[in-house]
Design a protein around this ligand. Structure first.
Ligand code: COA
Ligand code: ZN
Length: 312
């Protein structure tokens, strides 16, 4: 592996907050996003321009975009499901539109109430609006590594959707592991299928740690030369329209791993840990992140802080 730099996208304000029962105050979300920009994240998914009936937690996308402290170093991205969402995104001066569909027909129906072909057709209208306004598009594929309703997803299907994305002029494809069904074998297969059929198309990996193999999947991605990953503060996250969907891989844990491997991210780990702790206190329950609790590996303690075993 000869990777020196990785781009980490923080998806917490979208993937994390959409999965919380409590709806956070807009001011608190803005504060967290400002902290993320300050910590050096090159790209943040700040919200979604979806129907507030589908995701009431993200109904304040416009307010957020009008009030955050923008920086030329951070791309602000958000999910857009249809033309209406694209027009809202243009009005809000979003930096990057993220369109999304599920590789599985059944999850796509649950999530956006249409077939995969209908979704792709709708993306052409979004691309037209985005093109006129010079807004780049990233194309997500949810349930890319397995679907809770349909099981395995063929890598050919991922390649075919990616081909359509490339033809529509998208920047790249994000493979989303909505319910944590990815394994190193499945990930490698998906990357190879896309590379073989859609050369020179950027691949981003978005893993959930549902079955504890999130960072192992990242290692597979790194070994295959993938340099773009998405993660969430404290390991929050999950899709409300998929059974047993739990948290994304955790941003602090991922950044810690990358830095320890000598891979640059440009992100301040201490600031990221502080953000995870702040989010934890805002949502009022324990988050699954580990480095936010354990700290750096060379964090040193005074021996007086720890009791000595009886009889030692
Ligand atoms: N922004 C705001 N409101 C929107 C909207 C948008 N982009 N798109 C649709 N709506 C509103 C419509 O006006 C309508 O409201 P009404 O009932 O008051 O008339 C309602 O949402 C339903 O619209 P409709 O066009 O009939 O769509 P639908 O019911 O088939 O839903 C989606 C389709 C895509 C809009 C909806 O399923 C959705 O937003 N899904 C998001 C899923 C998601 O974000 N999942 C997590 C990420 S993986
Ligand atoms: Zn996710």
């Amino acid at each position: 592996m000869n990777i020196k730099e990785v781009k980490v996208t923080e998806v917490g304000p979208r993937d994390g907050f959409q999965s919380e029962k409590t709806i956070l105050k807009t001011e608190d979300k803005i504060d967290i996003i400002n902290n993320l920009i300050e910590a050096g994240f090159p790209r943040i998914e700040v919200s979604s321009f979806v129907s507030p009936k589908a995701i009431p937690q993200l109904a304040d996308a416009e307010s957020i975009l009008s009030k955050v402290n923008r920086s030329s170093k951070t791309t602000l991205a958000a999910l857009v499901p249809n033309s209406r969402g694209a027009l809202r995104a243009v009005e809000a001066k979003l930096d990057q539109i993220v369109v999304f569909l599920s590789a599985s027909e059944s999850h796509n129906k649950k999530n956006v109430n249409r077939s995969v072909d209908e979704s792709l057709q709708g993306f052409r209208d979004i691309a037209e609006i985005a093109g006129k306004n010079n807004i780049p598009i990233q194309g997500d594929i949810a349930t890319a590594f397995g679907c809770p309703f349909e099981g395995n997803i063929s890598s050919k299907k991922l390649a075919n959707i990616s081909k359509e994305y490339k033809q529509m002029g998208f920047k790249g494809v994000t493979l989303g592991d909505t319910t944590g069904m990815a394994t190193p074998v499945v990930v490698k297969d998906a990357i190879n299928a896309i590379r073989d059929n859609v050369p020179d198309f950027n691949i981003t990996l978005h893993f959930h740690n549902t079955r504890g193999v999130g960072l192992a999947n990242v290692m597979t991605g790194l070994n295959e030369g993938i340099t773009d990953y998405e993660s969430c503060f404290g390991g929050m996250g999950g899709c409300p329209f998929a059974p047993n969907a739990t948290g994304n891989i955790c941003s602090e844990d991922l950044i810690y791993l990358l830095h320890e491997m000598g891979i640059e991210t440009g992100i301040d780990l201490d600031k990221t840990i502080a953000i995870a702790k702040k989010v934890e206190s805002l949502v009022g329950h324990k988050l699954p992140g580990q480095v936010m609790r354990a700290g750096h590996r060379l964090l040193s303690y005074s021996m007086d802080e720890v009791p000595t075993a009886v009889g030692a």
